[in-house]
Write a protein that binds this ligand. Structure first.
Ligand SMILES: NC(=O)c1ccc[n+]([C@@H]2O[C@H](COP(=O)([O-])OP(=O)(O)OC[C@H]3O[C@@H](n4cnc5c(N)ncnc54)[C@H](OP(=O)(O)O)[C@@H]3O)[C@@H](O)[C@H]2O)c1
Length: 300
C-alpha cells in the first residue's frame, strides 16, 4: 500500500493495553478504529476521552461500538470501517476478560461466557475481517494472548483454557493463511497492573471452595501479584507497533513481552521445532511457508 494510512481495528479499547495501542497507532498515522462495547453506557466516558484526544491531537482515531460476543455488533462495526476505508490492514484481537478462582467454583454458564469473549470472540473477529484481507492479498491478525496461554496457572483454569484455545486457533490461521499474504501473530504479555485486575470474576459457586485448604488462597495471591506488577503497559503497545512495522512474512509467530521467567520462550522454541516436523511430515511446509526462526542473539 502506498500513500494511504494503514487501517487498524482494535478490540477492547475502553482501558488497558487496547486503549494504549489505539493511541500509539493513531499517533503513528494509522487510521485507528478504537472499538469497545457499551460506548453509550458504561464505557461512555472512555469513548469520550478517546474522541477528545483525537480532536486535540488531530488524530485519525475513531471510536466504534463493538462487542466481540455479538455477531451483529461485529458485523456492523466491520461494515462501517469497510464503508469508510475499503480495507482493514490490521486486526488487533485484544478484548479479553478473566475468571480468577478455583476451576471447580466456575459454573458451566460462566465458563462458556469466558470462552465466548477470549476464544469465540477471536474467531468471530477473524471471520469478519478475513474476506477483506483476502481481497487485499495482505493483512495482519494480531492476537493478544498471555503467558497464561502457554502455562497452566492454578486459580486461572478457565482463563488459561481460553488463551490456550486462542493460541491453537491463531497458530493454525498462521499456516492456513500464509500463502495469501496474511500473517497471524501471537503476543504473550506477562503480568501488568491494568484495570483487568479489578474486573476479574470469582467463581459463581463459591461453596465449591470448601475443602481446598491452602489452595483456596492461591487465586488471591496471584491477583496481588498482578496488582503489584511494576511493568509499564505501554511496552505492549510499543511491541504491537514494532510487530506491525516488521515486513509481512518476516514476523515471528509468537512474541513474549514483559515480566516472567524464560519458560514461555523455551516452550515457544520447542514448539516451533515440533511444528516444523509435523508440517514436514504432512508435506505442507511450503504451503504454510514455515521456517523455524533463528532466535540466536535475539533479545525479545
Ligand atoms: N494485564 C495483564 O497482566 C495481561 C497479561 C496477559 C494478557 N492480557 C490480555 O490483554 C488483553 C487486554 O487486557 P488488559 O490487561 O488491557 O485489561 P483491560 O483494561 O480490562 O482491557 C480488556 C478490554 O477488553 C474489553 N472487553 C471485555 N469483554 C469484551 C467484549 N465482550 N467485547 C468487547 N470488548 C470486551 C474490556 O471492555 P470493558 O471495559 O467493557 O470490560 C476492555 O476494554 C486481554 O486479552 C487480556 O487477557 C493481560
Amino acid at each position: 500500500m502506498s500513500g494511504k494510512a494503514q487501517v487498524a481495528l482494535i478490540t477492547g479499547t475502553s482501558s488497558g493495553f487496547g486503549r494504549l495501542i489505539a493511541e500509539t497507532l493513531a499517533r503513528k498515522k494509522f487510521h485507528a478504529f478504537a472499538t469497545m462495547r457499551n460506548t453509550k453506557t458504561r464505557n461512555a466516558a472512555s469513548a469520550r476521552e478517546l474522541e477528545q484526544l483525537a480532536r486535540r491531537e488531530a488524530l485519525n482515531l475513531q471510536v466504534l461500538e463493538l462487542d466481540v460476543t455479538q455477531d451483529a455488533s461485529v458485523e456492523q462495526a466491520v461494515a462501517e470501517i469497510l464503508a469508510q476505508t475499503g480495507r482493514i490492514d490490521v486486526l488487533l484481537n485484544n478484548a479479553g476478560s478473566g475468571i480468577m478462582d478455583l476451576s471447580e467454583t466456575v459454573t458451566l454458564a460462566q465458563a462458556q461466557r469466558q470462552l465466548d469473549v477470549n476464544f469465540f470472540g477471536v474467531q468471530r473477529m477473524n471471520r469478519a475481517v478475513l474476506p477483506a484481507m483476502k481481497r487485499q492479498g495482505s493483512g495482519l491478525l494480531l492476537h493478544v494472548s498471555s503467558g497464561a496461554g502457554r502455562l497452566a496457572i492454578p486459580g486461572m483454569g478457565m482463563y488459561c483454557a481460553s488463551k490456550f484455545a486462542m493460541e491453537a486457533l491463531a497458530e493454525t490461521y498462521r499456516y492456513e493463511l500464509a500463502s495469501q499474504g496474511i500473517d497471524s501473530v501471537i503476543l504473550e504479555p506477562g503480568a501488568y497492573a491494568t484495570p483487568i485486575a479489578d474486573k476479574l470474576e470469582a467463581g459463581e459457586d463459591a461453596g465449591r471452595r470448601a475443602g481446598y485448604g491452602e489452595m483456596a488462597q492461591v487465586p488471591e495471591r496471584i491477583l496481588q501479584m498482578i496488582r503489584s506488577s511494576r511493568a509499564n503497559p505501554q511496552e505492549i503497545a510499543d511491541k504491537v507497533l514494532q510487530i506491525i512495522e516488521t515486513p509481512a512474512g518476516q514476523r515471528k509467530l509468537r512474541y513474549r513481552v514483559g515480566p516472567g521467567g524464560p519458560g514461555v520462550e523455551r516452550i515457544n522454541t520447542l514448539t516451533d521445532e515440533v511444528q516444523a516436523q509435523l508440517l514436514e511430515a504432512f508435506g505442507i511446509s511450503a504451503a504454510a511457508k514455515f521456517k523455524v526462526p533463528d532466535t540466536r542473539g535475539e533479545r525479545d
